[in-house]
Design a protein around this ligand. Sequence first.
Ligand code: NI
Length: 144
Amino acid sequence: MQRLTISIDDDLAEAFDALMRQRGYANRSEAIRDLLRRELGEKELASGEAAECVAVLSYVFDHHERQLSTRLTGMQHDHHDLAVATLHAHISHADCIETVILRGAPAEVREFAQGVIAETGVRHGNVQLIPVEAQKPATRWKRN
Ligand code: NI
């Protein structure tokens, strides 16, 4: 752990403290760590340095929309290597909300998410990518 001492203008310090309180941070250090992590993560994803990411894709859709539920499930099956888990909740008579956890190469994850978001009848689509260290495939059952 390194200790950094920084100097910033009073106005900026006050604005930062207000933001920190608004977001519920107990101290400046954790607020600054989060800002840095977000900035570095975005840079890593934008530059193509990140070999792997996890992502949260969320959207609302009308389950009465013709074949939409089936299409969305089909898209996830077609990319079962990317779609790790899905949470579905019924939020009204017509509308459902789904959150899909994705994992894979950032370009593939983004393409899949954008395809889902662009489906007719899918609303409020949003995806957040988080870079992670690439993992070796999990150990599979071994046959003796
Ligand atoms: Ni539903």
